[in-house]
Design a binder for this molecule. Structure first.
Ligand code: ADP
Ligand code: MG
Length: 249
């Protein structure tokens, strides 16, 4: 019955990082299943963003292990982690405002994936199909030729998710993806996440509890770099420790 570490898409164990002696993440363990949407919540400064920084290799761990499909990530460089299949979206969208939606998606398509890359026409068709598929997924099929700067804030967020999806990551990490979005955009984002996990897992940091309830299979609550509660949304909402440090405020 018990799962071995290799059954998980991501297995984080004993992860710790100190900044000048201050432990921003402290002996953290976290296990994510294939096709799971996991949400990390917790007060400001809890260490949520730092956890994503550690997983994507932007910050080096002081101790502990991060195994992704059985491969240790803590010794790998950022670009190697991307290539291994981990995509990460930051809080502010980093799209090219002066390019169209199509061009933004195009430049995100991984180069040299196929040994037959020299067969230009084949590759063009492959890229075009993938772009159309992703554009539909992110609700931007009708905006492919629009310059990205004219998109709404929510559409820009979706475009950035699309730029990550083009690379087909097995783990997609999103830091506060619905911040600044309208209610209807939030609903559509929840729909989008449920659709894309057919082929991957998603790790989300979020404050909007309505959105968390819409998407989370499981919620992990961080406080002072440590996991203080984990389980279903209902379970963590009913946990007195969580109410005390986070939800009660
Ligand atoms: P959250 O995303 O939960 O709000 P963060 O992960 O951004 O929290 O930050 C956790 C703590 O670690 C904060 O006290 C923050 O100031 C500190 N911290 C984060 N990154 C660094 C860094 N590179 N150097 C020093 N301190 C950092
Ligand atoms: Mg943060």
């Amino acid at each position: 019955m018990s799962q071995t570490v290799t059954d998980f898409l991501l297995a984080v164990e004993g992860l710790t990082v100190s900044f000048d002696g201050f432990k921003a993440v402290d002996d953290l363990s976290l296990y994510i299943d294939p096709n799971e949407i996991r949400v990390i919540i917790g007060p400001n400064g809890a260490g949520k963003t730092t956890v994503l920084d550690l997983i994507c290799g932007r910050t080096k761990a002081s101790a502990g292990s991060i195994k992704f499909r059985g491969t240790e990530l803590t010794t790998m460089k950022e670009h190697q982690i991307v290539r291994a299949g981990v995509g990460r979206k930051f809080q502010n969208p980093s799209i090219y405002e002066d390019l169209t939606v199509l061009e933004n998606l195009e430049i995100s398509f991984p180069r040299g994936r196929s040994v037959f890359g020299a067969l230009g026409f084949r590759r063009d068709a492959e890229v075009r199909d993938r772009i159309e598929e992703v554009a539909a997924m992110i609700f931007l099929s009708d905006f492919l030729n629009m310059q990205a700067e004219y998109l709404s804030h929510g559409q820009k967020q979706w475009l950035e998710i699309g730029m990550l999806l083009i690379q087909d990551p097995a783990l997609l990490m999103l830091d506060e993806p619905v911040a600044g979005m309208s209610v209807s955009e939030r609903k559509k984002t929840a729909e989008l996440l449920h659709r894309i996990i057919q082929h991957r897992s998603v790790l989300v940091i979020e404050h909007d509890m309505g959105f968390v309830a819409d998407i989370a299979h499981k919620v992990t609550v961080l406080h002072q770099g440590r996991v203080i509660s984990e389980g279903s949304m209902a379970a963590v909402q009913a946990d007195p420790r969580v109410v005390e440090v986070y939800l009660g405020h």
